[in-house]
Design a protein around this ligand. Structure first.
Ligand code: AMP
Length: 576
């Protein structure tokens, strides 16, 4: 066989530093605005950001950090954190963003597992660092992201970021690194077992930034002012710190205050046009805006993901505030973007309800990601919008293996099993119905806990809801709603249960509802269903009691009403 004819184009490595270099050269005057921990607003340009990132690279090299070594961060969304994104990776070290909301023992475990050489931290986390330092003997130094006058009193001996930078001149040329070398490290926020590390490459980060910027993805451009509410310690703020310099978008970084009022005021003051965050933060923003009777004057769209966006939230943004919601799905192992919900031309001509139904799903993959759903036998399942299966993905920004778990690849036939359960419809729109471990199996059929939660939060008196499986003698598991009422709102258990009627198949109707003051969340704002299931492990459903009193009497089985006639028979499937 003859040798292939090779193309004759430049082999320019895709490196993270090229993003900030591009922004500094071609969008040099575009702004980066940060609400600082110090309490004021900091404003500078991409041009200034690059110089300081280079000073940081020089400072870290002066501290003998070698390419390939990890430098951790414990920081909010701010300009110094952004400088670390480029300064650490630019000379070949690995920027390891650590989630400060985790328990200190978990953080210590992660820092030790990553083997971080230095850790940069916002002064908000001074006490945390004092607790961590004795547990992390391999960290050579802790660097406070402040100047000398803001140095917090601490037990740990720390270095001062501004002093380190001031000692460098910023006269440094980014080296041409191997694009397959590691650039960033993020750990999953796993609720079971130890967290797992996803080690991104320069190439995967740049390709992901291209993908994220596409018009039918985040659609970022130089005409945007983008405010990532999603933290820079959570999967690189979904790639926005990379996509913003790629496109030249103005970047607005909100710091530590993520309450509705603070976010709203910053968005208005800085003319923010695009944003991104998890549903929980938008709950706070919408509640504030409703209470204050205010509207957005510049915000056009927001990406909502990380957990399912309740349709009621989507409608409120669109109908009450004329803000387009783009529902997105992804995960740490995917850098994180996988799918986003945007209609194509033909879909946008359909009746409003049909359009709405599509937009409520998690959407279509971006070029760079492929997906499929598989059954228990590993065979691919049809894209009919009804059959649900395990979701598998692949692509150049999906992990091949976990960091320091060299022995076992998680891949199955070259695909990464996400642990999510989903349907895909004939339009190619993904609908996540559950995490596989959260799925409710009633009489052998799956009930989507996410769908039931979405209905619960559409009730005007409900602020937040979780749906978990509860043991049932006949059906094995039945759904229980655990809900938090809105402040001052009144609703009874029966009223809430009645609210589900007519909205789902009868056998999906929750068996019971209980009210709690608050629900447990993970450090990234996801519902901690494992904890809830533990709490309600010995909870006895009224339907289970009835069952015990009179086994196999369908009349007593509220859940099964109209569903089955005889024991052992399966409930009707979702499609019926
Ligand atoms: P993380 O790695 O912390 O970003 O978590 C990823 C997981 O969050 C996914 O595997 C899903 O279970 C969940 N997730 C992310 N986005 C969504 C979404 N839009 N709807 C439902 N679940 C989501």
């Amino acid at each position: 066989m003859s040798a292939p004819l090779l193309g004759q184009m430049m082999d320019v490595p895709l490196t993270v530093s090229s993003l900030i270099e591009h922004a500094a050269r071609h969008h040099g005057s575009a702004q980066i605005v940060s609400r600082r921990i110090e309490g004021d607003i900091h404003r500078y340009t991409y041009r200034e950001c690059e110089v300081r990132a280079k000073q940081l690279a020089q400072a870290l090299m002066a501290l003998n950090v070698a390419p390939g070594e990890r430098v951790g961060t414990l920081a909010w969304n701010g300009y110094r954190h952004l400088e670390a994104y480029f300064g650490v990776t630019g000379f070949g070290a690995v920027c390891h963003t650590v989630n400060p909301r985790l328990f200190p023992e978990q953080i210590a475990w992660i820092v030790n597992h990553a083997d971080d050489r230095y850790v940069l931290f916002d002064v908000t986390f001074a006490a945390l660092v004092d607790a961590l330092a004795p547990q992390c003997p391999n960290v050579r130094g802790w660097i406070a992201l402040c100047d000398e006058s803001h140095r917090p009193p601490m037990r740990t001996e720390v270095l001062c970021y501004e002093t380190l930078l001031a000692a460098q001149d910023g006269n440094y040329a980014w080296p041409a690194l191997d694009e397959r070398s590691a650039s960033n490290l993020c750990y999953t926020s796993g609720t079971t077992g130890n967290p797992k590390g996803a080690l991104y490459t320069h190439r995967s980060s740049v390709l992901h930034a291209y993908g994220a910027s596409l018009p039918d993805a985040m659609g970022l451009s130089a005409r945007d002012a983008v405010l990532p509410v999603v933290p820079m310690f959570h999967v690189n703020a979904w790639g926005i710190p990379h996509a913003a310099p790629l496109t030249g978008a103005k970047l607005v970084l909100p710091g530590k205050d993520l309450d509705g009022k603070s976010l709203y005021e910053l968005m208005e003051a800085e003319g923010v046009t695009a944003s991104a965050g998890v549903p929980t933060v938008w709950l706070g923003l919408l509640a504030y805006m409703r209470g204050a009777g205010v509207h957005f004057s510049t915000l056009k769209r927001t990406v909502i993901g990380g957990s399912a966006c309740p349709p009621a939230m989507l409608r409120s943004f669109e109908d009450d505030y004329a803000v387009q919601v783009v529902h997105a799905w992804g995960m740490t192992e995917m850098s994180p973007l996988g799918t986003l919900s945007r209609l194509n031309w033909e879909q946008s001509q359909r009746p409003r309800e049909a359009r709405q139904a599509l937009l409520e799903k998690q959407g279509r993959v971006i070029f760079g990601v492929d997906m499929k759903i598989v059954g228990d036998d590993g065979g691919e399942l049809p894209w009919d919008g009804a059959t649900s299966g395990d979701l598998h993905v692949r692509g150049p920004w999906v992990i091949d293996r976990y960091y320091r778990q060299e022995s076992g690849s998680p891949l199955v036939d070259g695909w990464f099993p996400t642990g999510d359960v989903a349907t895909i419809d004939p339009d190619g729109f993904l609908h996540i119905t559950d995490r596989s471990k959260d799925v409710i199996k009633s009489g052998g059929e799956w009930i989507s806990s996410i769908d039931l939660e979405n209905i619960a939060v559409a009730h005007p008196a409900i602020a937040e809801a979780a749906c978990i499986a509860c043991a049932h003698p006949r059906w094995t598991e039945r759904p229980l709603i655990v809900a938090v009422k809105k402040p001052g709102a009144a609703v009874t258990r029966d009223e809430l249960l009645t609210f589900f009627e007519g909205k789902v198949a009868k056998w999906w109707l929750p068996d019971d509802a209980v009210f709690v003051d608050e629900l447990p969340h993970t450090a990234t704002g996801k519902l901690q269903k494992l904890k809830l299931r533990e709490r309600f492990r010995s909870y006895v459903l009224p339907t289970a009691l009835a069952e015990a009193a009179c086994p196999f009497d369908p009349a007593q089985d509220a859940a099964g009403a109209g569903n089955v006639a005889s024991p052992g028979e399966k409930p009707l499937s979702m499609r019926d």
